[in-house]
Design a binder for this molecule. Sequence first.
Ligand code: FAD
Length: 439
Amino acid sequence: MKIDCVGGGPASLYLAVLIKLQQPDHEVTVHERRPAGARHGWGVTYWPDLLEDLYAHDPESARLIEEQSVRWQGGFAHVGDRTTAHDGDPGHAIARHRLRTVLADRARSLGVRLEFGKEIGSSTDLPDAHLVVAGDGAHSRLRTEHAAPLGTRVTTGANRFIWLGTTRVLTAFTFAFVETEHGWIWCYAYGFSAEHSTCVVECSAATWAALGFDRLDRSEALRLLEKLFADLLEGHELLDGRGSPDGRESPGRGNPESHGSRESHGSHGSRESPAQWQAFPTVTNASWSYGNLALIGDAAHTTHYSIGAGTTLALRDAMSLARALRTATAPSELPAALAAYERERKQALLSVQSAARHSAQWYENLPRYMGLEPHQMFALLGQRHSPLLPHVPPQLYFHVDRAVGRLQVLRWLKQRLGPRLARTLQSRHGAERSGSRTG
Ligand SMILES: Cc1cc2nc3c(=O)[nH]c(=O)nc-3n(C[C@H](O)[C@H](O)[C@H](O)COP(=O)(O)OP(=O)(O)OC[C@H]3O[C@@H](n4cnc5c(N)ncnc54)[C@H](O)[C@@H]3O)c2cc1C
């Protein structure tokens, strides 16, 4: 079979790897609009369970991904001039360009054709393909072409965000919330290599405009953000990747890591190009395939960046689609395979999509939580996925959650220690009774 994957992101590249591993005779091509070796963007986080899945599917690329990743542990939240910390689970992070390079090299070594530097405008550009996989990101052109039959829905978040890097290397997941005269602005940051951390900055649209970000060019915006987050950055720079000495991103307006966004918010008449602020698009599709076109990764669904799951989901889509395609030996069997893939992934996504929606809303309602003590605010930040939290006064939620947490500890102690304690007491009791009989 001939399979064409559009977009050289993690979803398409990993799918190409897995198909070639299981069906080497398939002719698989990945089409990426950017040039080969283009170094774009910052790091993404993932959790140890993803690594386990990657090893189970392709140990070779899993090993390289693990080698190229860094680990972070625990977290800090700086709220104004107060800091609070928690231990938290360990996580991994990897530069997006490193992840893509590992997957592209692996795909090539297995016989996948990689075509760089040409944008695919429509699935009709690929007339010979038995299957066209749209892995062309959140603003997928291929999906947009068939938005009606696919039942595409795109809703845009109320806040503004910008995805930046910094040379300050953080070893813990770090939040900083800064109050300005125009409202709160915040960022979260984590290291993803020995040289850089990711730093995602967010604020409400009103704060964003009042601080002048709708008018400032990219350098002015970066300098203002450095001033606002000076305590976190400790003298290090914020980077948007454009015009950087190593050419990490191509100069010009289109930030390649803006997920193909055609939306940018800023004045285009300034000396320099505007900073790449965005409003997050949440994408859903009633159907994940139409004819011989199948959606994968961000083209099929997006989840708010604040839960750090999009890449993991894209890779898991690839695992699921490859598994479904294993049984399709002829083009006539594709519809059943695509239906099985869609069923499996839609089911798996339900809880993640809910978590992402509530997490985005938590940030959109940030002032609701900023009157709390920093340790309470941080505790509720960790609970932001909860569907209950928006409906319960934050103080009350915090105390109930803590009480439930204590109850769970008691229950755990009872379950673990209860039987042992009962046995000890029973044997002591028995010994005493036999002692009193013999004595
Ligand atoms: C601020 C921010 C932070 C994030 N942090 C995390 C995180 O910590 N952890 C995590 O797991 N996820 C994170 N994500 C999400 C993650 O980046 C995406 O979910 C993931 O990249 C989706 O992979 P993909 O392969 O579907 O699409 P993409 O990675 O977007 O790749 C799509 C590719 O298609 C190419 N393309 C587009 N159109 C065409 C065309 N017409 N022809 C040819 N090529 C085309 C693009 O150039 C691009 O290379 C974050 C996202 C944002 C915005």
